[in-house]
Design a protein around this ligand. Structure first.
Ligand SMILES: [Zn+2]
Length: 341
């Protein structure tokens, strides 16, 4: 029994290397500072140091970032801001700071956050400390040396480097998505309106076909509660073209808000517009002018708008719970009309 308990404790006990990996490989990283500090610590142990002054740390930190930033990748999880280190290295590269001035800046501005927070994973402190922070610098602990006691440190350097690359790739992807979303917003804004306009005049036109039934839930709308909804949110498309307008209950309209409706509704919108065209309504020509001459062109056009909007609108709306297109009278009517069945 005693042997089993000892074994259990042994198996549960985490080594210094386990804690090191937890810090380096897990947790929420909003910037790459922890990895740079980790790399400094590996370098110091390789040199056999047990104490480092703040200026030694700043010099090492600066050199690591100077080399790293040659890859041009972002170091912060923010689409437009950047880290203090990126600013300092840039000023140095532009010749606006000497090496010594840059290192002084690092010492003054780079460590406030990372030194106290290094020994945490998901904001929870780990049990092991790899350094003590004093007023003059860092004292490197036995636990730090214990991480690297079995063999060389290359494995740990590689892990650190791959985690760093992963973060940079994630930050970069976020920026690219944001740039794309901004381009799309500008694309619509160039052609669209700056302010919303009143679209209630479209209610009679749309309701002639929608027959008082809500687009999103398929239930009857009381006459006083008919709202005109921009299927792809107005804040993206910036226009009131009729192909994108549907009638809905106030409640359904509010539930949907500025989200993008799920694909089942997109299919319904495409069919609704085809239904207008097949019915030879006067708006038929407007729809054809906006979307295309053939059913295939029009479908492709709406899909393109929808896909663009998906880059801008973060949330899709699944619709009203219990909505069943199969029992939606309005949907059935226009499918019957289009396919003449
Ligand atoms: Zn409704």
């Amino acid at each position: 029994m005693k042997v089993v308990l000892t074994m259990a404790r042994y198996l549960l006990e985490l080594s210094a290397a386990d804690y090191w990996r937890a810090i380096i490989l897990y947790g929420l990283n909003t910037a790459t500072y922890k990895l740079a500090l980790g790399q400094c610590l590996v370098n110091f142990t390789t040199q056999g140091k047990t104490r480092v002054s703040m200026s030694e740390l700043a010099e090492e930190f600066f050199d690591i970032y100077k080399d790293r930033l040659e890859n041009g990748k972002p170091q912060l999880d923010h689409v437009s801001r950047r880290t203090v280190m990126e600013t300092i290295v840039e000023l140095y590269n532009l010749g606006k700071l000497t090496r010594n001035q840059a290192i002084e800046e690092v010492e003054k501005r780079a460590f406030d956050d990372v030194i106290p927070r290094f020994h945490t994973v998901y904001r929870t402190p780990v049990e092991v400390q790899f350094y003590e922070h004093t007023s003059t610098g860092l004292i490197l602990t036995d636990s730090l040396y214990a991480v690297f006691e079995h063999g060389d440190s290359q494995e740990f350097r590689d892990e650190l480097d791959s985690r760093w690359s992963l973060l940079e790739a994630a930050f970069e992807m976020k920026r690219e998505r944001s740039t794309l979303a901004n381009d799309i917003m500008r694309f619509y804004l160039r052609k669209g309106n700056l302010a919303r306009s009143d679209v209630t005049h479209t209610i009679p036109v749309l309701n002639g076909y929608q027959e008082g039934v809500c687009f999103y839930c398929g239930e009857k709308m009381p006459p006083g509660s008919i709202h005109v909804d921009h299927f792809i949110p107005w804040k993206v498309v910036r226009h009131d073209e009729i192909w994108n307008l549907v009638l809905a209950h106030g409640f359904c309209n509010e539930q949907k808000s500025d989200a993008l409706p799920a694909r089942q509704y997109l299919e319904k919108l495409i069919m609704r517009n085809e239904y207008f065209i097949a019915s030879n309504h006067p708006i038929k020509n407007k729809l054809i002018a906006a979307l295309g001459d053939t059913r295939i062109e029009r479908r492709r056009c709406i899909l393109e708008h929808y896909e663009r909007a998906r880059h801008v609108v973060k949330h899709t709306w699944d619709g009203i719970r219990g909505y069943n297109p199969g029992t939606d009278k309005f949907y059935k009517t226009f499918i019957r009309r289009i396919y003449r069945c």
